[in-house]
Design a protein around this ligand. Structure first.
Ligand SMILES: Nc1ncnc2c1ncn2[C@@H]1O[C@H](COP(=O)(O)OP(=O)(O)OP(=O)(O)O)[C@@H](O)[C@H]1O
Length: 252
């Protein structure tokens, strides 16, 4: 059996609220294989984003370990983990620098995790590659390479965030409701793009969504969280047999 790409072992996260300690993540054990695309469902407040924060190091573990690509990263600072983990958020404004052009944003992302001395490739020499990358978004991003990203539509900006997050093949891609702020048509286009990028690059990916249809349609595994615990874990075969109605029990 191949080694898990991501392994969470006995992970607990607690926060102090007033005089008491509240458990946000409870005894989570999870192994994700290289190339698995896992959709993550659960009610508001179930702990989905907190689980991502456990992986990225944005919240400290009360106990347990997080291992990524064979490395125990449990005590690594979030900045160091960001070299291995890419995250796309709900808000299209989160992933890009607004005053910088699309090409400049892509250039920044292409140098992620490298020393500055290695970053000397001129922007112009990368433009043809960026145009090709942007063209796969299907929303005209390739004609906006010189525009500041603040002038892009939400869909274009989220497509750019996705390209930036994935262009250096992260060890793990975390999608945190990344289509939730988009209209249905744009959301569908970004999901198609997401799936294409994940498949093409054989990425290991966790995607939080409230769209049951997307959770069923995309990915090859599904986990469901409730009150900080994983309460269901469907493999590809079990997932393929699920209907939206089967999932409603988890939202009562
Ligand atoms: N840093 C924190 N301090 C205190 N409580 C927190 C903190 N982060 C999250 N919580 C609480 O933990 C619970 C889980 O939050 P989380 O954001 O992980 O839920 P979620 O499943 O992502 O929900 P949603 O679908 O609404 O985004 C919530 O009750 C939230 O208020």
């Amino acid at each position: 059996m191949t080694e898990a790409q991501l392994k969470l072992a006995n992970v607990n996260i607690n926060v102090v609220v007033g005089q008491s300690v509240r458990a946000l993540i409870q005894d989570v054990n999870l192994e994700i294989q290289p190339g698995e695309f896992v959709t993550v469902l659960g009610t508001n407040g179930a702990g989905k984003s907190t689980l991502f924060n456990a992986i990225t190091g944005d919240l400290p573990l009360a106990s347990g370990t997080v291992t990524l690509a064979g490395q125990d990263i449990s005590t690594e600072r979030p900045e160091r983990r960001a070299r291995l983990i890419a995250r796309v958020f709900q808000d299209p404004k989160m992933g890009t620098a607004p005053r910088m052009s699309v090409a400049e944003n892509l250039a920044l992302a292409s140098r992620r995790g490298q020393r500055l001395t290695l970053a000397s490739r001129k922007l112009n020499s990368q433009l043809a590659h960026f145009k090709e990358l942007a063209a796969q978004t299907g929303n005209g991003l390739e004609d906006a390479l010189n525009k500041p990203t603040e002038q892009l539509s939400g869909g274009q900006r989220q497509a750019l965030s996705l390209l930036m997050a994935t262009m250096r093949n992260p060890e793990l891609l975390l999608l945190d409701e990344h289509t939730a702020a988009l209209d249905p048509h744009t959301s569908a286009a970004i999901m198609t793009l997401t799936d294409k990028i994940v498949q093409q690059n054989h990425l290991t990916c966790l995607m939080i969504t409230h769209q049951l249809a997307d959770a069923l349609k995309y990915g090859n595994r599904m986990i469901i969280l409730d009150a900080g615990r994983i309460v269901a874990d469907y493999d590809a075969e079990a997932k393929a047999g699920l209907q939206e109605a089967d999932l409603l029990q988890y939202f009562n």
